[in-house]
Ligand binder design. Structure first.
Ligand SMILES: [Zn+2]
Ligand SMILES: [Zn+2]
Ligand SMILES: [Zn+2]
Ligand SMILES: [Zn+2]
Length: 226
């Protein structure tokens, strides 16, 4: 299904061509699928040291949500309430640098884990050598950032007392202090006055509806926006 031309994807089955973001490489993404349209996700990456994020080729060409802008989003900007690849699931905190962005966990970045802003070029490295890094449902009481749960292998743990698991706020948790590279001069803890932002609202809405499993895409959309 992958075309040689990196910026487009052609499906022979339905004879459709889907556009993809420019200036990067596209790989298949663990054969995971978008819950809205069952399309196989691809991973866009700007290069070895750069940013990468999964995206759904169908949603990229046919934005479904009100706040989707055509042709410029991946799953890291998708507000799908329950998709495990979306901003709602992987977003950690409001960007420390720009107004509108959200720092989103790059689930493919391990063992050199990082979170990257979905709007600007800020990348924050954290929890190097961790076995697993996950974004928890709970948020920090002080700053509304999503808590992050980290697992280390016993031999590689950089947690105090050789602990292998810890979860906490990447900005406030004293245990995480040395494991998060907030080295940019202007980086600071996001202030509470900036509030949770629209993506938080989306997450809240999603929670209550998760049990319902709408069977088709239109039903899914109708269920999310009442
Ligand atoms: Zn999709
Ligand atoms: Zn998605
Ligand atoms: Zn940003
Ligand atoms: Zn916090």
């Amino acid at each position: 299904m992958l075309n040689a031309k990196p910026s487009r994807l052609h499906c022979a089955g339905c004879d459709e061509t889907y556009s993809l973001p420019q200036n990067g490489a596209i790989k298949l993404y663990k054969e995971l699928r978008c819950p809205l349209d069952e399309f196989e996700l691809v991973l866009w990456t700007s290069g070895h040291r750069g940013k990468s994020y999964p995206l759904c080729p169908y949603c990229f060409s046919n934005p479904n949500f009100r706040d989707m802008k055509k042709g410029c989003m991946g799953c890291n900007e998708c507000t799908h309430p329950s998709c495990q690849h979306s901003l709602n699931s992987l977003g950690i905190a409001q960007c420390v640098e720009c107004e509108a962005g959200v720092l989103v966990l790059d689930p493919t970045s391990g063992p050199k884990w990082k979170m990257a802003c979905n709007k600007c070029n800020i990348t924050v490295h954290f929890f190097e050598h961790a076995h697993r890094v996950q974004v928890a449902q709970e948020s920090c009481e002080a700053c509304e950032a999503s808590l992050v749960a980290v697992d280390f292998n016993k031999t590689r743990s950089t947690l105090p007392d050789g602990e292998t698991q810890h979860s906490g706020c990447v900005f406030w948790d004293p245990v995480f202090q040395d494991l998060v590279e907030l080295k940019h001069a202007t980086m600071r803890h996001p202030s509470m006055s900036r509030g949770g932002g629209a993506w938080r609202g989306g997450r809240g809405r999603g929670r209550g509806r998760r049990e319902k499993k709408p069977k088709d895409k239109m039903a899914a959309l109708a269920a999310y926006f009442v």
